[in-house]
Design a protein around this ligand. Sequence first.
Ligand code: C2E
Ligand code: CA
Ligand code: CA
Ligand code: CA
Length: 275
Amino acid sequence: AKANGKNQVAFFDSSMTRELVRRREIEGELRAALQRDELSIFFQPIIDLATGKIRSFEALVRWFHPEKGELRPDEFIPVAEETGAIVTLGNWITAQAARAAAQWPDDITLAVNLSPLQIKAPGAALGILNSLRDAGLSPTRLELEVTETLFLEDSPTVVSFIEELSAVGVRFALDDFGTGYSSLGYINKWPFSKIKVDRSFVSGPNVGRKSDAIIRAVSQMAATLDMDIVAEGLETIEQVSAVRDAGCNLGQGYYFSRPVPDYLAAMLLAQDRES
Ligand code: C2E
Ligand code: CA
Ligand code: CA
Ligand code: CA
């Protein structure tokens, strides 16, 4: 048992070290990546399930690394959060996304993901408003997606951030709904206009009678409260029908479109208007 334990420690060590090395690399290269133009914003349509038309696009950041290839945000956003680089990165993302969105028809909105650290940085709300102004995008066309981790600690900075932006018409969506602990409490407390039901309710081992009942209940609540409810991660027509029947009014996922660069988003919109 002793030898075994030793092996495990050794294994743990080397994988930890590899992980650390990779994080260090990412940390160092992230700064340069912005300058070198390796990052870009992709857009994934969010569809009105009643009409099949595009209602908005979610901005999703991509990093095309010259040696490592495409890095997923799940890999580098946490590193950017740890190092504080998320503030610069986040401002850049909002500015780029707003510029693309300013080219879309007025009734198409833009959803941007915000990390808690970004919101807690001084001047966060002002930074977002400046990006919108520079891009010529009305605040009423912006929706900020946040997860409940934002509210884990009661922070006055978060309160004023949300109040300041709500006052000028920016809307808030509760992302990854159903993965945390007390989302209903947050819905009661904060002015969300949209709930995004996590993909784990749409596909995977936990999908069934219970997940269906939860989506139904939350959809009913959303309708009563005049909130949108979007199902994420829709990959098949069966999943689309299921969430539509359960009462979700919006849907997003590979079934409709993968996240695409801005010029393809504009093409999707043009096609959508023709049909
Ligand atoms: P999220 O906000 O929950 O974004 C949804 C993720 O699901 C995206 O992954 C999207 O590409 C993926 N997705 C969409 N449709 C489908 C589908 O049908 N099937 C499957 N399997 N996946 C689908 P992505 O782009 O890799 O982003 C991962 C996470 O990284 C996001 O989760 C978000 O938390 C974070 N993130 C992405 N972009 C940004 C950003 O600009 N800023 C911040 N702060 N976080 C970001
Ligand atoms: Ca999101
Ligand atoms: Ca999500
Ligand atoms: Ca997420």
